[in-house]
Ligand binder design. Structure first.
Ligand code: UN1
Length: 495
């Protein structure tokens, strides 16, 4: 495969430009340590230039008919589809997830782009009866202006498309600040926007640290919407900072998602769902199953299946198609996961398998799939987000107990239950306090045409994906047209 070591720039107002700082940071492969590219370490002044470009582009982009904006997005989707293989390989090199999953990430981006392009000819408002004769009442979605899109490393193509595509189709312009661990896929997406004919300044990319570039976007008075995916701690900072300028803030934060396994469940099927949800993407999904709440009658059998299968998973460089688990994103992530192994051990959990970095794996940040057994519901490994290949087995007595354990944590993104009892399944759907619930499937793999997001500290009530995403990027305008030819007084003339 061709080497892509290169020097990338920011994209502002249709040009690829250096940061005024002149400084750069490195983008390295977490499986090998290989240097892939360098990017500008941008400043607040660079962010200001990007916002100014987006603000200017907004004046004309908002007036482009939505179906015409959508035509550009359809072209973006087609280029993404044509370039899927190349983007997939670059993603594996840049952030480590195995090629099959990287392909899934790109596919999710393609699907979202087509879906949102379709909104260009829908974007429904309401028409409702007016109170008085010869009067018409309706509502339309209006764009809001400049949107700041701040994204994490774990879905370098999917998550940016979840935010950018609904923002663009509804007539907003954007400043995109990708994670410092995955700037390359962001640059590739920007190149694709250009190839598809997106006008200059409609999307701008500024690379660099969140504390500098992101911070400026949170404060800038011309930024009207912030869409942020990341940790709870940073999310709270985003919301409180952006509140000073009354921005709309969409937050997609952590998870401590549980899979419940009832005593009637098909354990083979459940084990497959657990392994995929706990260890896919090396556990670096906010939807990852980091808890398994298992009925005490089947605990021993399920634990045995899980341990045996986890130990059979192949760990290594995700470019090798036989590998099932890639590296963690960086040294800090590896250190954090290992710290939690120590915390779990100190709390009295049993380490059934894993619990250590893979030795002799060269420069890569590889960690063994880790299963904690005998976990009590309030242990730190059962309540805090680890964001790595680790899951906790917790015993439960019955469905009520399982739901209570599941709901104990401060997050509420995804949940799952394995059972063949339809009554239990529907009670779980009603009572699990999460934004997403799966029946007889794991906690990962949300499809793009339904709302995605969570309750409690997972977010602030907004959703992305599906038509719900449009609510983040639009403001309602209610319109009354009076064609009576005289003054009609609402609430007075209709009595
Ligand atoms: C995330 O981890 O932030 O449902 C997103 C899933 C994927 C998206 C995960 N479609 O697991």
């Amino acid at each position: 495969m061709s080497q892509v070591v290169g020097e990338y720039r920011n994209a502002i107002a249709g040009d690829w430009v250096e940061s005024e700082s002149g400084a750069r940071f490195e983008d390295r492969n977490p499986a090998t340590g290989e240097l892939i590219a360098t990017f500008p370490r941008s400043t607040a002044a660079d962010a200001d230039r990007a916002v100014a470009a987006a603000h200017e582009a907004y004046q004309s982009w908002r007036l482009v008919p939505a179906p015409k904006r959508a035509e550009i997005l359809f072209r973006v989707a087609e280029i993404l589809r044509d370039d899927k293989r190349e983007l997939t390989e670059l993603m594996t090199r840049e952030m480590g997830k195995v090629v099959a999953e990287a392909g899934g990430d790109v596919q999710e981006g393609i699907d979202m782009t087509y879906y949102m392009a379709g909104e260009g000819r829908r974007m429904f408002g309401q028409t409702v009866p007016a109170e008085m004769p010869n009067k018409f009442a309706m509502s339309v979605r209006q764009p809001m202006g400049v949107v700041a899109v701040i994204t994490p490393f774990n879905f370098p193509m999917a998550i940016p498309t979840w935010k950018l595509m609904p923002a663009l189709v509804t007539g907003n312009t954007a400043v995109f600040k990708p994670a410092e661990d995955t700037p390359l896929l962001a640059a590739k997406l920007m190149e694709i926007f250009e190839r598809a004919g997106l006008p200059a300044g409609v999307v701008n990319v500024v690379n660099g640290p969140g504390e500098v570039v992101g911070q400026r976007l949170l404060e800038h008075p011309d930024v009207k919407v912030i869409s942020f995916t990341g940790s709870k701690e940073v999310g709270i900072h985003v919301a409180t900072t952006a509140a000073r300028t009354l921005k709309r803030v969409h937050l997609e934060l952590g998870g401590k998602n549980a899979i419940i396994v009832m005593d009637d469940a098909n354990l083979e099927n459940a084990a497959e769902g657990i392994l995929w949800s706990a260890f896919g993407t090396s556990g670096q999904r906010c939807t990852a199953a980091s808890r398994v709440i298992v009925h005490e009658r089947v605990y021993g059998r399920l634990a045995a299946i899980l341990v045996e299968r986890a130990e059979g998973l192949r760990i290594g460089d995700g470019l090798d198609p036989s590998v099932q688990i890639g590296p963690l994103i960086n040294a800090a992530a590896l250190e954090k996961v290992h710290r939690y192994t120590g915390i779990g051990r100190d709390e009295g959990a049993t380490i059934l398998t894993g619990g250590e970095p893979v030795t002799g794996a060269g420069e890569g940040y590889f960690y063994r799939p880790t299963i904690f057994g005998d976990v009590e519901r309030d242990m730190r490994v059962a309540t805090e987000e680890i964001f790595g290949p680790a899951t906790s087995l917790i015993r439960c007595r019955d469905l009520d107990d399982a739901i209570a354990i599941s709901n104990r944590v401060e997050y509420g993104l995804s949940s799952a239950i394995y059972t063949d009892r339809i009554d239990d399944a529907f009670r779980a759907i009603r009572d699990l306090d999460t934004g997403i619930t799966y029946i007889n499937a794991g906690t990962i793999g949300a499809e793009i045409q339904l709302p995605f997001g969570g309750t409690k500290y997972t977010g602030n009530g907004h959703r992305e994906a599906g038509q719900a995403a449009l609510d983040t990027y639009t403001e309602w305008k209610s319109v009354y047209v009076d064609y009576s030819g005289r003054l009609q007084r609402a609430q007075i003339d209709n009595q």
